[in-house]
Design a protein around this ligand. Structure first.
Ligand SMILES: NC(=O)c1ccc[n+]([C@@H]2O[C@H](COP(=O)([O-])OP(=O)(O)OC[C@H]3O[C@@H](n4cnc5c(N)ncnc54)[C@H](OP(=O)(O)O)[C@@H]3O)[C@@H](O)[C@H]2O)c1
Length: 264
């Protein structure tokens, strides 16, 4: 039995992925205090909402998907009811496994996961790290659970704030870029819907090229950058406006904010 504690945006995304991957609704429970949200989840997915205490007593895997600031209260509620034969998986940004381990009984395996929202369309990126008591078996189980909703990679926990900044927030940077490119099309007189279609398909096409050819992005970019041509005129402007430096600084700022939220 898997319990998802906190059925908000990410909890629901993971829930729907588990069910799409073939897990039976009777094998999953969620915790949800608001009656109408619990009814909605039951109707949409056929999963039951239970109390945190019941989830801790019955599930062998507990997925913690509450906001980082709610984690302490949730752990205090769960702690007396979780034994060391359970596995805890946390998807909270910035919360170290140590924070969770200190609040639970000794020896409970904890795996930290940084997912991103494309798990909703089975194209997520989940980056996982083991806590002190989690071994190969727990990482493998977490990978098996997450693989149906996208890619899974292992990294040392010391790089989790960096992965939050890169892939956790990554989709937002792409949406921001799409928005700016559509604005550029509108400035040039292209109707909004046509501009959006052109930009989205360019992003999908470029992402598919990166994924399927396995070529380095520099080589793919060079293939569309002819001498004295249009693309190099655009790249020169991007360089002039410091877009590469802005991305380096932006992702570093996201990493620093993650550390701050985690209390470091
Ligand atoms: N969204 C993303 O793109 C994303 C990406 C990577 C990681 N994450 C991580 O995923 C976690 C959840 O984020 P989210 O965006 O899904 O937030 P969210 O939509 O606000 O979901 C959090 C849910 O937890 C519930 N909750 C709060 N305290 C609880 C408790 N003590 N017991 C049970 N449920 C409780 C909330 O219920 P109420 O609304 O009734 O308070 C809400 O439904 C965060 O830790 C975040 O860092 C999110």
């Amino acid at each position: 039995m898997i319990a998802i504690l906190g059925a908000g945006k990410m909890g629901e995304a993971l829930l729907s992925g588990l069910l799409r991957a073939g897990r039976a609704p009777s094998d999953v429970v969620v915790t949800e205090y608001r009656a109408e949200r619990a009814a909605e989840l039951l109707e949409k997915y056929g999963v039951r909402a239970v109390s945190a205490v019941e989830a801790a007593k019955t599930a062998d895997t507990l997925i913690l998907a509450v906001k980082p600031q709610d984690m302490g209260v949730l752990l205090d509620e769960l702690a007396p009811h979780i034994s060391a034969d359970r596995q805890v998986i946390s998807v909270a940004a910035g919360i170290p496994t140590r924070f969770i381990e200190e609040r639970l009984a000794e020896g409970i395996p904890v795996v930290r996961v940084m997912p991103n929202t494309p798990v909703l369309v089975d194209q997520g990126m989940c980056v996982i790290s083991a806590g002190t008591h989690a071994g190969e078996e727990h990482l493998a189980r977490t990978e098996e659970m997450l693989r149906p909703v996208g890619k899974v990679a292992r990294i040392p926990e010391s790089l989790q704030d960096a992965s939050t900044a890169l892939s956790g927030s990554g989709p937002a940077y792409v949406y921001y870029l799409v928005e700016a490119m559509v604005d550029a099309g509108i400035k040039l007189g292209v109707p909004r819907s046509a501009a959006l279609e052109m930009v989205i398909q360019s992003v999908v096409g470029a992402a598919t090229m990166l994924k399927e050819t396995g070529e380095h992005p520099v080589l793919l970019r060079e293939a569309v950058t002819s001498p004295g041509g249009t693309t190099i005129a655009a790249i020169a402007e991007l360089e002039k406006h410091g877009v590469r430096a802005a991305l380096l600084a932006a992702i570093e700022a996201a990493r620093d904010r993650g550390e701050e939220l985690g209390g470091r």
